[in-house]
Design a protein around this ligand. Sequence first.
Ligand SMILES: CC(C)(COP(=O)(O)OP(=O)(O)OC[C@H]1O[C@@H](n2cnc3c(N)ncnc32)[C@H](O)[C@@H]1OP(=O)(O)O)[C@@H](O)C(=O)NCCC(=O)NCCS
Length: 175
Amino acid sequence: MNDLPEQIYRELIPTDLPALLDLDAIVQAELKERKHQYFIKQYLSEYKAKELEHLFDRKRHIILGAFHNNSLNGTLRLTVNQDELGKFHKILGTDHKLGYLGHGMVRSEYRGNDIMTRLVARAMDEAGTEECASLVTLVRPDNKPGLGVATKLWFDYIKQIQVAKRPAFVFSKEL
Ligand SMILES: CC(C)(COP(=O)(O)OP(=O)(O)OC[C@H]1O[C@@H](n2cnc3c(N)ncnc32)[C@H](O)[C@@H]1OP(=O)(O)O)[C@@H](O)C(=O)NCCC(=O)NCCS
């Protein structure tokens, strides 16, 4: 663990979008080999302007961030818009309200310092407040840090599915 400056954790607001896209671009460039990874830029281009408008709408997404000196060092999106989560309702065989965790990323020089652990803990609190019965997330089988986070936080492995023609593990956690 590095000698890490204390991070401030808070929800992102629309004026944080440039910082969010910067972090997204840095992590995407670093993970060039993961062409299939679903980054925020692709997410926004798929949904176009409509989704940009909705990205910071709490009824749909709650985007959390870890900051130090106004620099965004980690982020995690909690989606609570059930219209986007039909696939997961089917997989889990439930019609309970779900929260989906996506776009989790931490600046490389800050990794291994519990930033994602804390972001997930906050997302769990938010999901509880939003009356979600459980959380669901996807991790690629070759993503060791991603699998490590899911395991450390006691998410249950549900099943393997195909996403963008590649395998992904579905993990879930009851709240
Ligand atoms: C995955 C990622 C978000 C983890 O962020 P992080 O802040 O470093 O994670 P944490 O410090 O909270 O680590 C939590 C646990 O994950 C596991 N973990 C973290 N990094 C790991 C690594 N490089 N290898 C194996 N396990 C790892 C450990 O179990 C760790 O707990 P421990 O430190 O008590 O052993 C970060 O590596 C990242 O941004 N990766 C690139 C983007 C990505 O792959 N996102 C995830 C998509 S599912």
